[in-house]
Design a protein around this ligand. Structure first.
Ligand SMILES: [Zn+2]
Length: 271
């Protein structure tokens, strides 16, 4: 039995090699799920630039979208500052975060964040990972990040913390392998946002605009919460029920900020 378990992968690779045509992707690479509507890739490019415009990402951070025709594939830029991303930089991955057609391109070390969350959350189609600065203190403090206005009602579901030491001991804090990606997905559980201690956060949504909206307003809420704390006195946060009602209402109207953000982001020349 052990022999077969050991041999099976190489037999599989041999079969793949035998059926490969010249010019095919690299040996053992996952198959593409096929082309998608260019509008989806345009939205992904726009998302990269919007997140930079809104101060969520800087030279680091990334955003992905699941392949609409195959839930086992997703799209993510090659390793590049988000503000510089164009359609030509978008790569397709399987959920183990292997590239379909690498062509020598450098990949984000932390792409496992995306693949492992897509595995764990079938209803999620877009993921933002950032080091958005106002949120970072809440990942290292025992003061919880809580929604204080209607725009961030989605935070009322609670914001879990990913403690990388529990999963990986001493690390460089980066989610650089599938095991750490799985542990992060477990910490996120069924929530829209998770803090990553000493690092940043991850935000998910059913669509690109929703994930971007949540990433932007997670950052804004963190900034406002620090200001409210600095005022002194007690703070009245949203009740969970208020948060749910506000989130449901806003989800129906995010097309409005999204169109504005997208138009500005795509109209501007790249730096
Ligand atoms: Zn990171």
């Amino acid at each position: 039995m052990a022999y077969f378990l050991h041999r099976a992968p190489s037999l599989l690779l041999y079969a793949t090699r035998a059926s490969m045509a010249p010019g095919s992707p690299a040996l053992g690479a996952p198959a593409s799920a096929g082309p998608v509507d260019p509008a989806l890739i345009e939205d992904l490019v726009a998302a990269n630039r919007i997140l930079a415009d809104q101060g969520v990402v800087d030279g680091y951070g990334h955003v992905s979208v699941r392949h609409p025709k195959n839930p086992e594939r997703y799209f993510l830029s090659r390793s590049l500052a988000p503000e510089l991303v164009t359609a030509a930089d978008i790569m397709e991955y399987d959920l183990d975060s292997n590239p379909v057609d690498r062509r020598g391109r450098t990949m984000y070390l932390e792409r496992f964040i995306h693949g492992e969350i897509y595995k764990a959350r079938p209803e999620i189609n877009a993921i933002v990972h950032s080091h958005s600065p106002a949120v970072v203190p809440f990942g290292v403090s025992n003061v919880p990040l809580r929604p204080l206005y209607h725009m961030s009602g989605f935070l009322s579901e609670g914001v879990p913390l990913f403690e990388i030491r529990d999963a990986g001991g001493m690390t460089d804090l980066l989610v650089r392998n599938p095991e750490l990606g799985r542990a992060l997905a477990q910490s996120l559980a069924d929530k829209p946002v998770a803090l990553m201690r000493g690092h940043g956060n991850v935000v998910v949504g059913s669509t690109i605009p929703l994930a971007v909206y949540r990433a932007v307003y997670t950052e804004v809420n963190a900034r406002l919460q620090v200001q409210a704390i600095m005022l002194g006195g007690s703070i009245t946060y949203l009740e969970p029920e208020e948060g749910r009602l506000a989130a449901a209402n806003i989800a129906a109207t995010i097309g409005r900020p999204w169109e504005l953000w997208k138009r500005k982001a795509l109209a501007r020349e790249k730096p």
